[in-house]
Design a protein around this ligand. Sequence first.
Ligand code: PBG
Length: 325
Amino acid sequence: MDFPAYRPRRLRRNERLRSMMRETALAPTNFIYPLFVGAGKNSFRPVPSMPGVAQLSVDRAMKEAEEAASLGIPAVILFGIPDRKDAVGTEAYADSGFVQDAVRAIKARVPEILVVTDVCLCEYTDHGHCGVIKNGDVDNDATLELLVKEALSHARAGADIVAPSDMMDGRVGAIRKALDREGFKQVAIMAYAAKYASGFYAPFRDAAESTPQFGDRRSYQMDPANADEALREVELDIREGADIVMVKPAMAYLDIVYRVKLKFGYPVAAYNVSGEYSLIKAAAQNGWIDERRIVMELLLSIRRAGADMILTYFAKDAARELRGK
Ligand code: PBG
């Protein structure tokens, strides 16, 4: 049917029609809220490059989780900020670490919220890389053992989902095997499957104090030019036992989100990363954009591209908006 018989504007005439025609739904249940957990008591240390985001003590993280749950957000993801770093990231797999403490505290106080833990070494190593260094390079296989220890420690604390973000080869398989062997068959793996070496992580590295002290992450994270490779990465992680596959960052990589969903039909998460958050916050602070409108449009776009879940620092704001308060 052509114009004038067909007039697309007919179905855009008013909000009732538009709401009936809306193809993509955004709901608080789509969100995973990131929290940075560190030392102290009742401590809330704002991250300068991420307005509205702070490093939290365990008790404050628990309160944030409680608030997220009350807004209908089903999950939080925890990142640790240890008070001691070393070459092998010992605090990452210490059962008394801040993440482990926070998992136990949140599960005790807010049992209805799912706790996801980021499994990586970069926040815990003094050199800031996501693995152990041998001969000036990140050693893949030696790192796997430590990631396994970290994931098991999170599982023992009660994590529902572990999320390896290191981009070492074979880590999903190694973690799955260890979880099964130790009786954690029910603990799911959300793999940062297609994680790019991105400039959009800069504010996060402020927040997590995880900037590499030499070199960069290009020898393990993906080249932003590659899309076919992302599909191979995702396929590997699925074969190794990933339950959920993640694409990261989100905004500049929606083509990847789309292709991953189309090709595999697996649960897909997209990480709306720190830089994407801070760009919007900065522009909004300058009065250049309507923050609420842009945030909802962006999150909707990520869903439209095919993501089932969105990890986002905007989770609470967006949930409030969606609930109309
Ligand atoms: C740890 C990790 C990073 C992010 C999540 N997990 C940083 C990095 O790889 O440098 C980034 C999250 C964000 O920017 O919001 N490896």
